[in-house]
Design a protein. Structure first.
Length: 555
C-alpha cells in the first residue's frame, strides 16, 4: 500500500486497503486493521475527501469500542483529534476528542500517548491564546521526563520557546531556545534546522541583531543545499532578505527576495499540479468504485438469475404454464439488465467528458498562472519596501507581506474555475485597468485612472488580455524605478485606435542612452509590435516619464 501511495496510485492503494481491512477483520489482526484504516484515512485527507476520511476513522473507533481494545481506541482518538485540529481547524471538536483520549491514556498508564495528547492540547490552547496552554505544557514536561529522549526534550524546550514568545517574555524564550538548540545538535538535521530557524527569528525580531540572524539562517540553508521550494527554506530566504535590508546590503537583500519569490512560485505551481492530479485521481477513484459496484450488482444479478432458472426448472416438472411465466419474467429481467448496461455506458461517457474538461481547465490555469503570481509576489515585495520606508515597526511589515502572499494563494486556487484576472474576464479591460490603478496605489504613490471610455465597452478577449498585462508591467516599472509620488493612466479611443498614456513625476532618465532591457521594456516592445502598434518613451532626468502606446483596435 505504501508503494502505491508513494507513486500516487491512490485508487490502487484504496483497493488494496479495502481488501486488507476486510481480511484483517476476518482474521482478527487488529494491528493491521488499525494501521491500514489510518493509512486509508490519510489518502482521503490527501484528496480532500474529508467526510470519507472521518468515516473510516469513526468506523475503526466503533470497532475498538465494541471489542474493548483500549490501546487501539487511544490511537484512533489521537488521529481524530489531530485531524479536526490540523485539517478542519475545528479546535473545539479537537479539544473534545483530545480530552477523551487523554483520560483513557492516563487510565491505561500509556505515557507515550499522554505525551501525544499533551502536545496536541498545548498546540490547540496556544492557537486560541488560552490560559490552559501553560498547564498542558507542564503536563507535557512531566510525561517527557518519564521517557527521557533527546528528541522529546528538544521538542519540549522548543514548545517553551513558543509559549514565552507568545506571552512576550523574550528572556525566558531565549533561555529555552538555547536549550532546544543544545538537544537539536544531538539529533537529525531536521531538528537542527528548526533550531537554526528559531534562533534566526529571535535575533531578527527580538534582539534586532541582524548579523546573528543572518548567520543562523545561512546555517539552516546549508543543511538543505538542494531544497529551494519548501516552506522552511522560502521563509529563510525572506528573513535573510529582511536581515540584509536592515544591514543595508541591498544586493543580497534583492538576491534572497528573488529566491523567495521564485521558490514560492515554484511551490505554488507544484501545489497546483498536485491539486489537478488529485482531482483526476478523484475521478479515477469514483470510476473504480462505480466499476466495483457494477460488478457487485452483476454478481447479484447472476445469482438471482441462477436462482430463477432453478425454480423454472422445478416448475417445468409441475406445470407448463408456470414454465411460460418464468420464461417471461426472465426475458423481462434481461431487458432490464440491457437498459442498465446502456445507462452505465452513458454514465461512463459523461465521466470521460468530465475528465477531458478538467484537462482543458488545467491548461487554461497554466497559461495564466506565471504572470499573475509573479506580478502579485512582486507587489508583495514592493509593499514591504513601502511599509519599511514609512513605518519603523517590522512586525506590521511582515504581517502585510503574509497577507499579500495569502491573497496570492487564494488567486491560485481561484484559477481552477476560470481564467484570471477575474475582473478582466467579467467586466472588461477598462474596469480592470481602473482596479489595477487602485490596487497599486499606496502611501508612497498614487495612481490616477483618467478615461472617458465607458467601462462597458469591450474588445476581443485576447486583445484585452494582452493590453492588460502590458499596462501591468509598465505600472510595475513605475513602482520599482521611478520614485514617483503621482502617476496617471490615460485611455483614449479615437476612431479605430486605442491610445494608452502613462505619466509619472519621478526621477526620470535619459531616454536616449539608457537600455530598455533593465526596465523590462524589450518584451513589451515585442508584444506591441506583434499587435501592429507603436511605443514611445519620453523622459529626462528629474523631469518624470511619459509612455505612449498606440494600437489598432481588435474588436
Amino acid at each position: 500500500m505504501a508503494l502505491y501511495v508513494e507513486k500516487n496510485h491512490y485508487n490502487k492503494a484504496l483497493l488494496f486497503a479495502n481488501k486488507t481491512i476486510a481480511s484483517s477483520l476476518k482474521n482478527k489482526n487488529h494491528q493491521k486493521y488499525y494501521d491500514t484504516s489510518i493509512a486509508k484515512s490519510a489518502i482521503y485527507f490527501k484528496l480532500h475527501e474529508n467526510d470519507k476520511a472521518f468515516k473510516v476513522l469513526f468506523d475503526a473507533l466503533f470497532i475498538a469500542e465494541k471489542q474493548k481494545l483500549a490501546s487501539y481506541k487511544i490511537e484512533i482518538l489521537l488521529k481524530i483529534a489531530w485531524s479536526y485540529s490540523a485539517v478542519l481547524e475545528n479546535n473545539d471538536t479537537a479539544r473534545k476528542y483530545t480530552s477523551i483520549g487523554r483520560k483513557l491514556a492516563v487510565l491505561n498508564n500509556d505515557v507515550n500517548a499522554q505525551v501525544s495528547f499533551d502536545r496536541l492540547s498545548f498546540k490547540i490552547h496556544s492557537a486560541t491564546n488560552s490560559d490552559s496552554a501553560f498547564y498542558y505544557l507542564k503536563a507535557l514536561e512531566k510525561n517527557i521526563k518519564k521517557i527521557k529522549t533527546n528528541k522529546l526534550f528538544c521538542e519540549l524546550q522548543n514548545n517553551y520557546f513558543v509559549y514565552y514568545t507568545l506571552v512576550s517574555k523574550p528572556y525566558l524564550a531565549k533561555k529555552h531556545l538555547d536549550s532546544s538548540y543544545f538537544y537539536a545538535k544531538k539529533l537529525t538535521k531536521k531538528e537542527l534546522a528548526t533550531a537554526y530557524g528559531n534562533l534566526g527569528y529571535h535575533y531578527l525580531t527580538v534582539e534586532k541583531n541582524y548579523k546573528k540572524g543572518e548567520q543562523h539562517y545561512l546555517k539552516q540553508l546549508q543543511l538543505y543545499p538542494n531544497d529551494t521550494t519548501s516552506n522552511a527554506v522560502t521563509d529563510s530566504y525572506l528573513n535573510l532578505s529582511y536581515a540584509y535590508e536592515q544591514l543595508e546590503d541591498y544586493k543580497n537583500a534583492n538576491i534572497y527576495l528573488n529566491k523567495y519569490i521564485n521558490g514560492t512560485e515554484a511551490r505554488y505551481n507544484q501545489e497546483l499540479n498536485n491539486n489537478i492530479k488529485d482531482i483526476e485521481t478523484k475521478y479515477s477513484i469514483e470510476k473504480v468504485e462505480n466499476q466495483y459496484k457494477a460488478k457487485q450488482q452483476l454478481l447479484e444479478d447472476k445469482q438471482s438469475k441462477k436462482t430463477k432458472i432453478f425454480f423454472i426448472f422445478i416448475a417445468v416438472l409441475v406445470l407448463f404454464i408456470i414454465l411460460f411465466y418464468f420464461f417471461y419474467q426472465n426475458t423481462k429481467l434481461k431487458q432490464k439488465n440491457k437498459l442498465q448496461d446502456i445507462e452505465s455506458h452513458i454514465q461512463q461517457n459523461i465521466i470521460n467528458a468530465t475528465i477531458d474538461g478538467q484537462e482543458n481547465e488545467r491548461k487554461k490555469i497554466a497559461s495564466v498562472l506565471h504572470d499573475n503570481i509573479s506580478a502579485l509576489l512582486s507587489s508583495a515585495g514592493l509593499q514591504l519596501s513601502a511599509f519599511v520606508a514609512t513605518h519603523p515597526n517590522p512586525y506590521e511589515e511582515i504581517s502585510k507581506t503574509r497577507s499579500i502572499l495569502k491573497e496570492a494563494h487564494d488567486k491560485v486556487r481561484g484559477l481552477s474555475h476560470e481564467l484570471l484576472p477575474t475582473l478582466l474576464a467579467k467586466f472588461g479591460l477598462f474596469y480592470a485597468l481602473q482596479d489595477l490603478c487602485e490596487k497599486n496605489s499606496n502611501s508612497l504613490i498614487k495612481f490616477e485612472y483618467v478615461s472617458k471610455v465607458p467601462h462597458s465597452k469591450r474588445f476581443q478577449e485576447d486583445f484585452e488580455m494582452k493590453i492588460y498585462f502590458i499596462v501591468t508591467e509598465l505600472l510595475n516599472n513605475v513602482l520599482k524605478h521611478s520614485k514617483a509620488s503621482k502617476a496617471k493612466l490615460f485611455i483614449h479611443v479615437p476612431s479605430n485606435e486605442l491610445i494608452i498614456q502613462i505619466e509619472d513625476n519621478g526621477i526620470g532618465f535619459d531616454d536616449k542612452s539608457i537600455s530598455s532591457e533593465g526596465f523590462g521594456l524589450t518584451q513589451i516592445r515585442a508584444r506591441i509590435s506583434s499587435m501592429k502598434g507603436t511605443l514611445q518613451i519620453n523622459s529626462k532626468p528629474e523631469s518624470g516619464t511619459t509612455i505612449t502606446i498606440k494600437l489598432p483596435i481588435q474588436e
